[in-house]
Design a protein around this ligand. Structure first.
Ligand SMILES: [Zn+2]
Length: 257
């Protein structure tokens, strides 16, 4: 049983695309599809045939390539069952929280994490310890709250806190440097954050991605997962606020950073 191959590649200005390939079944999955050319280039170079596209949410930079990929590969398109504020082209199978998929020998669990959009779903491989977090959780940050409200996004992020630390997180954007610069303004004494940022600067200066990240590191360094931290609360005068209100204060501060 060969492990799943994961290929991450950049497209547009700061998006990451993902192709997953199962050698035994010869199935290939695209996570999102914002740019058909970028996906086709990898598929051709590997000699893979696209079987399915798994969409995280309806935003154009995740979906603009679907029509062209569908026409070329006759692949199945799977994504959120409900709440998309723009139709997802060719969607043939809709998913909700708690649904499962099978990819090769792997079980995949669907998390619904609304806030950035109402339709956002994430794909979690518990045995492989991999999570595709879309635009919900980024390294050292989280997605902007466009369609939901702050409390909804806070509860979506809380779902990640219940997952084990040793999970690799593949998010959809390379925002780590800007996120880290904000994180240092609210959590300046955090030694784990300081050392993660020094690693991030080295990776980016060498032209390397900072993604995937690791959930255990994010729990220690990502301010949006650290709303119960006493020093972050103290710095913002929010010692007695609810965790959801601390999240809202941090997210608003980041929006204006
Ligand atoms: Zn988005």
């Amino acid at each position: 049983m060969a492990p799943i191959k994961i290929v991450q590649f950049p497209y547009l200005s700061d998006n990451y695309g993902i192709l997953l390939h199962d050698e035994d079944s010869q199935q290939t999955i695209a996570i999102d599809a914002g740019d058909a050319d970028a996906y086709n280039h990898i598929l051709q170079s590997r000699g893979w045939i696209l079987s399915q596209i798994w969409v995280t949410h309806h935003h154009w930079d995740h979906t603009d390539g679907i029509k062209e990929l569908y026409q070329r590969w006759k692949c199945e398109v799977i994504g959120p069952k409900a709440h998309s504020q723009a139709p997802i082209a060719h969607l043939s199978h809709g998913l909700r929280a708690g649904d499962t998929l099978q990819f090769g020998n792997s079980l995949v669990q669907i998390l619904h994490t609304p806030g950035h959009t109402l339709d956002m779903i994430n794909y979690y491989f518990p045995e492989e310890k991999i999570l595709f977090s879309g635009d919900t959780l980024f390294s050292l940050g989280c997605g902007r709250v466009f369609e939901g409200d702050m409390d909804m996004m806070y509860h979506s992020l809380c779902q990640f806190l219940t997952l084990p630390d040793d999970i690799s997180i593949y998010c959809s954007h390379e925002y780590t440097r800007a996120n880290g610069r904000f994180a240092l303004t609210v959590d300046a004494e955090n030694q784990d954050l300081i050392s993660r940022m020094s690693e991030v600067e080295k990776l980016l200066d060498a032209g390397q991605p900072t993604i995937p990240t690791n959930l255990g590191i994010e729990k220690k360094t990502n301010p949006f997962l650290r709303t119960s931290d006493s020093s972050i609360r103290k710095k913002h005068g929010l010692e007695n606020a609810s965790a959801s209100d601390v999240f809202a204060a941090l997210r608003t501060a980041k929006d204006n950073f």
